[in-house]
Write a protein that binds this ligand. Sequence first.
Ligand code: FAD
Ligand code: DHB
Length: 387
Amino acid sequence: MRTRVGIIGAGPAGLLLSHLLHLAGIESVVLETRDRAYVEARQRAGVVEHGVARLLRRSGLGERMDREGITHDGIELRFDGRSHRVDFSDLCGRSVEIWAQTEIVKDLTARRLADGGQVLFGARATAIEGIETDSPRVRHTLEGREEVLECDYVAACDGFHGIGRRSLPEGVVRTFERLYPFSWLGVLADVPPSCEELVYARHERGFALHSMRSEEVSRLYLQVPNGTDPDDWPEERVWEELAERMAVPGWELRRGPLTSKGLTPMRSLVTEPMSHGRLYLAGDAAHIVPPTGAKGLNLALHDVALLAEGLRARYTHGGTGALEDYSAAALRRVWRAEHFSYWMTTLLHTSGDAFDHRLQLSHLEYLASSRAASTQLAENYTGLPRP
Ligand code: FAD
Ligand code: DHB
């Protein structure tokens, strides 16, 4: 099998890249190890930055988001039993869309298949070869057979556990990493949200986040120690803990049946460079952020917009400048988001250290009283036009 761009991974990054290349008249093949139902049901992010929403609309993928998603003009911070609203529209003139990653992936998959795109589910990439030549290859298994995909370029959009990052030669690649001593227990609940905007709560017992998927479905998270077994958190315990951590006078948490429960470890990781020879990394394959601040999905989509632009230039007039700049350009945004996610995480999660606690409260009070401090949060949360 031969194509121009071999893409590994049918997550949001791989699928959007394939779609943008198709719009530019460039053929690609997507290899995805899982089946379609699994990929479409995987519960993950829910906040789409202002600029990413525009990118989705511009590439013909905004219709359902604009009809069924919810525009949010701010978030609420809770600490010390009180509440502070960060008004994005007022502070930076931008907003975000509450639109789940599962829905973006469903729309993208349907669109690629309707456009005759090749998305091969059940195809597991096992090796990337010849990245320093003009014709790299992706070895993969499909329906029990060993296959080879020959291409001009390989885009590894295969997430944190994929083979892309590990295929960059040793000595070329450098990894920067930070681990955190806590995880998120995330639940999905069949109950209307108890708030109109997302609530980020700092509490001595740990961080809590109230998000949503629709007018009927809430998405909630609790800080828990690493290694927590979700089975130790029956429904009743989840609701009691959320209610306690998010409590402010006059507010009540609506409760309902939980429909999913999962643990997300927290990690910051950046791989530099994000390309070598004819191999390009995008999304979680190249970098991970802790989820506080909702940057993972947005970064992945920014990466592939840049990469698609570089490939479009290469195939339309032969210019390789944008492809050569891809890694440096992507990393500028990545490091901004890494800092923001790290900052939001350390601002809101409990470490158990009394000094940290005092610093957090001081900074939260500063946010509540200073327009300049809140503007930084608003700009980063809604997404900087140019990092
Ligand atoms: P992925 O979505 O991981 O897609 C990679 C794809 O590659 C997968 O479909 C995988 O099956 C496939 N693949 C892997 N290896 C191979 C192979 N060898 N061959 C073929 N295919 C392969 N971000 C937030 O902003 N908020 C959140 O609440 C949030 N929660 C998260 C919870 C979890 C459990 C995880 C893992 C991530 C979460 N994220 C969250 C991050 C966000 O979802 C990711 O940043 C986003 O999915 C990145 O998209 P991607 O396309 O780069 O990678
Ligand atoms: C969601 C996830 C986040 O990490 C976040 O900061 C806000 C919302 C969500 O899944 O809805």
